[in-house]
Design a binder for this molecule. Structure first.
Ligand code: NAD
Length: 301
């Protein structure tokens, strides 16, 4: 038995991300507490974690005993001040709202262990700004997980202005203990992943707009030439071009000209071609499946 069962990790927010993060800690043997103000969210999270564990057993990735032990170590709680009492780690993953996040970490810091560390899973808010309300901002860090957490290996650790070396080192160790690979990024717009992905998707749309190659061939280039699991246009259809556009606008305003959104993306969003969720984006979808040969053709005549 490793020492993880002596370490209390509290995940606040039992939505999409909190569910996956709680699973990762429970299966690694930590005392895991999942907190949410909504009973429905907690119930849904518990069912999803049970399902992930069941399919892990079916696929031979975890034993039945390990799956039972994971559920045994998981506690659900609605009251943060109760759930976070004496916690060694608190990972905040409530809705993307600055004031809500500040309220959560302030309550958590009042009741957790004196040398405990608080992390936020925010995608875009400032780690430095959230930490500013804490008496010990040096023990605060960003832990940016990826969806679905049980499949994605990466955690981007976001270093705020005050995060200490010790906090970064301890958080890297924690990632290893749950089988994740971490990278460390100084707080900056788009971190590494969103910034690279936004630029690639934007450039792919410029090529489509200019008629450089067909949509299918642009995607095939990245899949077959660079071993990407998905092409940039397929990925944009999955993420949603409206989401892509808002990320690009933010990066354009903070990082400059190279992130100026491609006019074709702006037109697509105006036309309601948002991607899979609206039934058409760069490709057409029927019953959730892509229609072969449906890649958008842009006529210039
Ligand atoms: N969805 C993604 O792919 C993704 C990826 C990386 C990071 N993130 C970030 O993770 C965070 C959560 O995203 P999500 O997609 O899981 O959201 P979600 O909407 O699925 O879940 C948010 C949960 O937080 C709960 N909540 C809200 N206020 C609360 C409070 N004060 N106390 C306790 N619980 C509270 C809600 O009831 C809900 O269950 C956001 O900051 C988001 O930017 C999301």
């Amino acid at each position: 038995m490793n020492g993880n069962n002596k370490v209390k990790v509290v995940i606040v927010g039992a939505g999409l991300m909190g569910t996956g993060i709680a699973h990762a800690f429970a299966i690694s043997g930590f005392q895991t507490v999942l907190v949410d103000i909504s009973t429905d969210s907690l119930d849904r999270a518990y069912s999803s974690i049970t399902e992930i564990l069941k399919s892990g057993v079916k696929l031979g990735k975890v034993t039945e005993e390990a799956a039972d032990a994971a559920l045994g170590t998981l506690t659900l709680e609605r009251e943060l001040s109760v759930g976070a009492k004496n916690a060694h780690w608190v990972i905040e993953t409530v809705s993307e709202n600055l004031e809500a996040k500040k309220a959560v970490i302030s309550t958590a810091s009042d009741v957790m262990a004196d040398d405990g560390i608080i992390a936020t899973n925010t995608s875009a808010l400032s780690v430095t700004e959230i930490a500013s309300i804490l008496p010990a901002p040096e023990r605060f860090i960003g832990m940016h997980f990826f969806n679905p957490v049980h499949k994605m290996k990466l955690v981007e650790l976001v270093r705020g202005l005050a995060s200490s070396d010790e906090t970064v080192a301890k958080t890297r160790e924690l990632c290893e203990l749950i089988g994740k690979t971490s990278i460390v990024v100084n707080e900056s717009p788009g971190l590494t992943t969103s910034r690279m992905s936004a630029l690639l998707g934007n450039e792919a749309m410029y090529m489509l707009q200019e008629g450089t190659a067909s949509a299918e061939d642009i995607d095939t280039a990245l899949r077959m030439g660079f071993n990407h699991p998905m092409g940039p246009l397929e990925l944009g259809d999955l993420t949603g071009w409206d989401t892509r556009l808002s990320v690009l606008k933010y990066l354009h305003s903070t990082l400059g000209e190279k992130f100026r959104p491609c006019p074709l993306i702006i037109k697509m969003v105006a036309a309601g071609r948002l991607g899979r969720k609206s039934g058409h984006g760069v490709y057409e979808y029927e019953d959730g499946k892509r229609v072969p040969g449906s890649g958008l053709k842009v006529s210039v005549s």
